[in-house]
Design a protein around this ligand. Structure first.
Ligand code: BES
Ligand code: MN
Ligand code: ZN
Length: 502
């Protein structure tokens, strides 16, 4: 890996520690385990294995709600944990994902886990089973390579058992869960990595390795190549940095017949200081190492395409640089020229995400993609509007956004469609350039989306702002404290269902 000027004391640490940990977990075995979890509904019989009455559970404060667990210490043999599943009728894959995540957390000191679900009454098809595996694996994720003594036991084996599920069906659900979780874990690892340990150059090198391993092509564009391409948005933001920028182009080609060509764009700000429009000291700004969360989830999703058997061709553009103040920084009032020739007046250097992404939209249209989905930690306004659970999605095409929303419902990464209110478009007018990078004081997520829209031709396009959802302040269902990987599973699912014209 390239030594950056900020890495004077080399720290030898694994690049993708969460991925390494995930690979050490055996899935779906029927051997002995340390902990057995029993799923219990609030309105059905308590399973025999629990050996306690409903009254005893309630006296102990366990109401069988989703997210609740109760550890029943055992004199010998595996620990028993009772896992709330809520009402029978309300069980969905999303509920199972959350319940199994709670179970995995309750057994964080133990390595091998089995969750036993009551048979016969659930939507326990392959989707439910997949979700249960995902919940456990995602909940036990921790970013620990820089800690001397991690607290949790490493996970070694996970299984989910349902009375009468046929084995074959189980295998495919387990395989799909493993691929989806891997995508999210790679994204989390990248976003959790300290900014001094992960430069744009490093990000490119990691992408190359992942591409070789998981079946997609990776092309790196350094500063000279970006000058050649006229990517003035990415280059402008990079101006203040001692680190080189990278545009990372990912390309997945399906083995068989092709159902369309999907373009994915990710914001890759390795660290967002705000630039000359320097961010004030604020705990939130400690999170700006995660401003490459969009690029991370696109890269994560690509690692799952081959094994999922995605039938669309998919091209990704990760726009990577940090945003730093220095003597060479781009300035307020500067005018940048994006790929394609659009001139942009810089009114705030902290509105940098939209600048680096502008070049990518033009490249995606030039590549002739049938649709574009972009994902970015773009605006504090998205966090203000919808908080940390739900991400806003903006789109110029109903069919595409329906497909993205359907994927979101199945992966449990909630989205809410917001209007691309054209009334606000004039806020981006510039006196001296084609467009300005700053809107008015209100609807900041919308004006950012309107800026991006300027660079999209007539191609169907959806924009997901993950500024609020990229990170969790604490453990919360499948989200582990820190980077959530929000969007990785969603993009994988979107690509898996992608057909041009649909
Ligand atoms: N990376 C930030 C947005 C962000 C904020 C992400 C909080 C995650 C958590 C983005 O580059 C930014 O600084 N946006 C500005 C835009 C403004 C200057 C128009 C913002 O939201 O304040
Ligand atoms: Mn910014
Ligand atoms: Zn940013």
């Amino acid at each position: 890996m390239t030594r950056s000027p900020n890495k004077l004391i080399p720290v030898d640490f694994p690049t993708l520690p969460g991925l390494d940990a995930l690979e050490g977990v055996t899935l779906g075995t029927d051997g002995d385990v340390d902990v057995i979890g029993y799923g219990v509904h609030s309105d059905a019989e308590v399973p025999d294995g629990v050996a306690l009455s409903r009254e005893a559970l309630v006296r102990a404060g366990f109401d069988s709600q989703v997210g609740e667990t109760l550890t029943v210490p055992q004199p010998d043999g595996p620990d028993v944990i009772v896992v709330g599943l809520g009402e029978t009728e309300r069980l969905t894959p999303a509920v199972l994902r959350d319940a199994s995540a709670a179970f995995a957390r309750a057994s964080s000191r133990r390595g091998s886990l089995r969750l036993i679900l009551p048979p016969g009454r659930l939507p326990l098809d392959a989707d439910g089973l997949q979700a249960a595996y995902e919940g456990m694996l995602l909940a036990r994720y921790r970013y620990t390579p820089l800690k001397a003594k991690p607290k949790d036991a490493p996970l070694t084996a996970v299984s989910v058992v349902i009375g009468d599920t046929p084995a074959e069906h189980t295998e495919s659900a387990v395989a799909r869960a493993a691929v989806a979780v891997r995508a999210a874990v790679i994204a989390r690892d990248l976003a959790n990595t300290p900014p001094g340990h992960l430069t744009a150059t490093d990000m490119g090198d990691i992408a190359v390795r992942l591409g070789e391993r998981f079946g997609f092509e990776v092309q790196l564009f350094d500063k000279a190549a970006l000058i050649e391409l006229g990517c003035g948005g990415l280059l402008g933001v990079n101006q203040g940095s001692v680190e080189e920028p990278r545009m990372i182009r990912l390309h997945y080609v399906p083995a068989g017949a092709r159902t369309g060509h999907l373009g994915l764009i990710g914001k890759g700000i390795m660290y967002d200081s705000g630039g000359i429009s320097l961010k004030p000291s604020d705990p939130m700004h400690l999170l700006m190492k995660m401003d490459m969360g969009g690029a991370a989830v696109v890269l994560g999703a690509f690692t799952g395409f081959q094994e999922t058997g995605v039938t669309a061709e998919v091209t990704g553009w990760l726009m990577c640089t940090d945003n730093m103040p220095s003597g060479t920084s781009y300035k307020l009032g500067d005018v940048l020229t994006a790929r394609g020739g659009t001139t942009i007046e810089v009114k705030n250097t902290d509105a940098e995400g939209r600048l680096v992404m502008s070049d990518a939209f033009v490249l995606a249209d030039e590549a002739g993609v049938d649709a574009i989905v972009d994902i970015a930690t773009l605006t504090g306004a998205a966090l203000m509007a919808l908080g940390t659970a739900t991400a806003p999605v903006f789109a110029n095409d109903d069919d595409l956004v329906e497909a993205v929303l359907a994927a979101s419902a199945s992966t449990g990464e909630p989205l809410w469609r917001m209007p691309l209110e054209q009334k606000y478009r004039s806020q981006l007018d510039s006196d001296i350039a084609d467009i300005a990078n700053l809107g008015g004081p209100y609807a900041g997520a919308t004006t950012a989306a309107l800026f991006l829209e300027h660079f999209v031709d007539d191609t169907p396009w959806a924009h997901i702002d993950i500024a609020g959802t990229m990170q969790s302040d604490g453990d919360d269902a499948w989200r582990s404290k820190g980077a959530t990987g929000f969007g990785a599973r969603l993009l994988l699912d979107t690509a898996a269902g992608f057909r041009s014209g649909s």
